[in-house]
Design a protein around this ligand. Sequence first.
Ligand code: AMP
Ligand code: MG
Length: 276
Amino acid sequence: MNYAHKLTGTHPVKLKDVEPDYDAGLKREEGEAKLAKLSAELTHLQELLYAAGQHSVLIVLQGRDTSGKDGTIKAVMGPLNSLGCNVASFKVPTERELAHDFLWRVHQQTPGRGEITIFNRSHYEDVLVVRVHNFVPAAVWRKRYDHINAFEQLVADANTIILKFYLHISKAEQEQRLLEREQDAEKYWKLSAGDWKEREHWAAYTRAYEEALQKCSTPHAPWFIVPANKKWFRNLAVAEAIVNTLRPYRKQWLKRLEEVGQREKAAIDAFRKTQA
Ligand code: AMP
Ligand code: MG
């Protein structure tokens, strides 16, 4: 079963064709049970990834305000071993960052071999918020799709497995989530007048997302559209896509560990002989 919609880049993307409420007919408890199983598998795959040290994993999370980027990190990545797991959050660029090309700050955060890095927002903001608000001329942001594809190709060629998730919520769901934050003191820290202002640009963001999702879906760095109105389903869909992508590497990583083990055992044996 594929709960998230994997894009190939060959067809125009229409977000309205994807139902944000979609839950594959599962009940919440069923979804949570499936997530628990996937989490156990993901934890194991991460151990192999880390130990084998051959690949890295880059997970990009994008979505409108309240779409659940933070919640996904907590639910899906929380159980992982923090030894080999990093989160990089991309906020409004600093003056120093703005003095460079838009990928400068991003490239510094890509994962090394054996590591998983989650981008909480990413270089895609430079064709999303930047485009919607005309922070740079159209002639500048238009060239960025090619820059992004070339950058992701470079990172993928360095053995990085890339997955990109667009957390897809409806406008009504966003309103409800924004209002809920105003009712809950523990969520006050998330309150932002800016979120209500951004909502006014809903249609412009839709167009910007559709173009980015279409132009920057490649075999080595696919986008997944994740139905995200139901938080438990969103978590399940993201976890499933990651596990399905990493599972085929399992044998290769195990083989690598076997080779490393044999080599070191031979070295230990040789050392012992010199002691005898
Ligand atoms: P948060 O909602 O806390 O993640 O806030 C981060 C804010 O930084 C969001 O409003 C983003 O749109 C904004 N942001 C991230 N990257 C950029 C960028 N390259 N240019 C302008 N704003 C950005
Ligand atoms: Mg925000």
